[in-house]
Design a protein around this ligand. Structure first.
Ligand code: NAD
Ligand code: WQD
Length: 358
């Protein structure tokens, strides 16, 4: 059985669906600080059954000990964390507490329970700003520009020391680039907070009429069209990368680092044009100055993951945008029906198999 911390969040839900579709038993631990219990209903709609779910905090050792005693867990995928870069600048202690403290407590509980297989949600943000693209796993780290990035790098370093000290550990640090898209059922996707910061959630809200225009942050970068370039990866390709990493860990000890990206860069304007083509919806733009802390370009060298895991992202940018748009439409349609019980506090799915609050 696999424990997925943060399994009710954007990446976690896609991972849960991918694991369940492969016949794996899954238990989710999530404190719902950035997700909703209604997500369980969406998982059930797609998977046909509910995963076990514990509402609890990854920083809480007793909860973890209880979880490892109650379920026959043999591996953990650790997605629980806080991820808003700007917020991490304003609230650094919260970020270190959750992203670093949560990882420490989880690793201690795992060792206590004799579980030594761990996949960690890391980020390309741990890499230093680098003039040469693509970024491979040997590129320099050490100077992330935000407490968020620092907290991910510090957590990585904790796991590195831990794996060096004790050969029983098998650990994968997966450095994600820019995950976007949604499950192709249109039932599961990213549910951003009220004001999204990332490009795609904002673009989707503009396209669906919730916001007047998309700000394009910087059009004077040294890139072909002057806008920032990133490596957008479909969240289901990302989920498949986790499954491959888990399989690799089951026969390889030690610590392994893999980039999860496509190896392709797309500019902001390319993303907008592709979205307009795929959806048939025009996106009004407002050109603005560069956003503080942004870099001009960033894309992955995914060769190490391809060679060692036999994994490659294969979904196109059009596919990412199409799936994200269908999700946005379905989410908007269902919002009243699905979110009403949450808003009014009516419990939902509290009797689902394995569901429990601690
Ligand atoms: P998300 O916010 O949608 O999901 C994170 C989940 O973790 C949420 O459901 C939240 O409620 C839960 N959580 C937070 N703190 C917790 C705690 N203390 N105990 C238990 N649960 C807790 O984010 P996501 O996009 O799914 O990201 C998942 C992971 O991937 C994060 O660690 C994030 O830093 C990392 N990551 C995300 C991106 C991205 O662009 N989405 C990129 C690189 C890395
Ligand atoms: C992409 C491009 C913006 C919004 C962040 C985190 C990173 C990772 C993924 C967690 C940039 C431009 C954006 C908008 C715009 N998360 N943009 N208008 O900054 O590459 O990465 O999310 O680990 O750590 O830093 O992603 O989607 O915010 O921006 O023009 O309204 O879109 O300037 O060029 P980013 P993003």
């Amino acid at each position: 059985m696999i424990l997925i911390t943060g399994g009710m969040g954007y990446i976690g839900t896609h991972l849960v669906l991918e694991l369940m579709s492969g016949g794996e038993d899954v238990v989710i631990l999530d404190n719902l600080c950035n997700s909703s219990r209604s997500t369980l209903q969406r998982i059930v709609r797609v998977a046909g059954k509910a995963p076990a779910f514990i509402e609890g905090d990854v920083r809480h050792r007793k909860t973890l000990d209880h979880l490892f005693k109650r379920y026959p867990i043999d591996a953990v995928i650790h997605c629980a964390g806080l991820k808003a870069v700007g917020e991490s600048v304003r609230e650094p202690l919260r970020y270190y507490d959750t992203n670093l403290g949560g990882t420490l407590t989880l690793c201690q509980a795992m060792a206590g329970a004799g579980v030594f297989t761990l996949v960690f949600s890391s980020s390309a943000t741990v890499y230093d700003d680098c003039a040469i693209m693509p970024i491979n796993e040997r590129c320099r780290t050490g100077h992330p520009s935000s407490p968020y990035g620092q907290s991910k790098l510090m957590a990585e370093n904790v796991m590195k020391s831990m794996a060096e000290a004790d050969p029983r550990w098998s650990v994968a640090l997966l450095r994600y680039f820019n995950p976007i898209g949604a499950h192709d059922s249109g039932q599961v996707g990213e549910m951003p907070a009220l004001m999204p910061n990332n490009l795609l959630p904002y673009l989707l809200q503009v396209a669906s009429g919730q916001r007047p225009s998309l700000s394009v942050f910087g059009s004077d970068y040294q890139t072909p069209d002057g806008t920032g370039i990133r490596d957008y990866i479909h969240v289901m390709d990302l989920a498949e990368g986790h499954i491959k990493a888990l399989q690799a860990l089951r026969c390889a000890q030690g610590l392994h680092i893999w980039n999860l990206g496509t190896g392709l860069g797309h500019s902001v304007l390319e993303v907008v044009k592709a979205f307009e083509r795929v959806s048939g919806v025009a996106v009004p733009l407002a050109f603005k100055p560069r956003r503080a802390g942004d870099i001009a370009q960033c894309w992955a060298d995914p060769v190490k993951a391809s060679k060692e895991l036999g994994w490659r992202a294969h979904r196109s940018l059009d596919c990412m945008l199409d799936d994200a748009w269908r999700w946005q439409m379905s989410y908007r349609r269902d919002a009243a029906e699905v979110l009403l019980p949450v808003i009014t506090g009516t419990p939902s799915l509290t009797t689902s198999a394995g569901s429990l609050s601690i």
